[in-house]
Design a protein. Structure first.
Length: 258
């Protein structure tokens, strides 16, 4: 069986400007990336601490294990962008916690910060049937302090052309492997939505608000319930706020891929 990740894009991004000075109004910065060097992996691998500093883990304290429910992106010191479907059957959300700056969820380092959820705002037109407007905002009970391991993702900018993304990476915590508590990252390719919608693939299930990325031949395991996508546009590194990555099990696609 081949695997093709389907990435649901809920916000676009903008080129990064400014310099790092705690939060300081800048976004999309990765201070630790220059220290480690940008990973160029094709398959998934463990991310280095601070590699994706806006990724957060949203956790339910009553869930067994780490409690990880979904990922999200820190878009301001006190707000997280995530997916609305994460809260369909949720209760006592204000008792949930958000872990920021973590790499391994079972072993939080001193760089990680933990906040409770003060308020949940779900898009008023969200539909769990059509999956449209699958977006939510979480207000944290206290602002976080930006650091080398914690930075803000860039907010949407309608001027971005997704077709101009030259290199894309996904990151998030897995849910099916023994190392699922460790943040994963992988390099992916954008795939034409029309191809994704073909009868050999998703059979028309992809909407205009979706982004399809991965490899037709499979090879990347992205069983995640929350992820982020980063890309390069005209040589500039850009952060894309992404709130979900799902995986479909498909029949062999070599003939469809060409």
């Amino acid at each position: 069986m081949n695997l093709l990740p389907l990435l649901v894009l809920l916000a676009v991004c903008r080129p990064v400007h400014g310099t790092w000075d705690s939060c300081g109004g800048s976004c999309g910065l990765r201070p630790m990336a220059s220290h480690y060097g940008m990973s160029r992996v094709v398959g998934g691998t463990d991310a280095q601490p601070g590699a994706w500093p806006w990724i957060v883990s949203i956790q339910d304290p009553w869930k067994i294990g780490t409690g990880h429910i979904c990922g999200g992106s820190l878009i301001s010191p006190q707000w997280v962008l995530t997916a609305a479907h994460c809260f369909i059957e949720a209760s006592y959300v204000t008792m949930w916690r958000v872990v920021i700056g973590a790499t391994q969820l079972t072993r939080l380092g001193p760089e990680a910060q933990v906040r409770n959820i003060k308020r949940l705002l779900v898009h008023e037109r969200y539909s769990n049937l059509s999956e449209r407007n699958d977006i939510a905002l979480l207000e944290l009970d206290q602002p976080v302090q930006c650091s080398y391991y914690i930075q803000l993702a860039c907010v949407p900018d309608a001027s971005l052309r997704v077709s101009e993304l030259t290199t894309c990476y996904i990151s998030g915590w897995g849910s099916t492997t023994a190392r699922s508590d460790v943040l994963q990252e992988a390099k992916v390719h954008l795939i034409d939505v029309n191809l994704c919608n073909s009868t050999r693939w998703y059979r028309g299930a992809i909407h205009t608000h979706n982004l399809c990325a991965g490899y037709p031949q499979g090879g990347i395991d992205t069983c995640q319930v929350g992820a982020s996508l980063a890309g390069a546009v005209r040589g500039k590194e850009t952060a894309i706020v992404l709130t979900e990555a799902t995986q479909q099990h498909l029949n062999p696609l070599s003939s469809a891929a060409g």
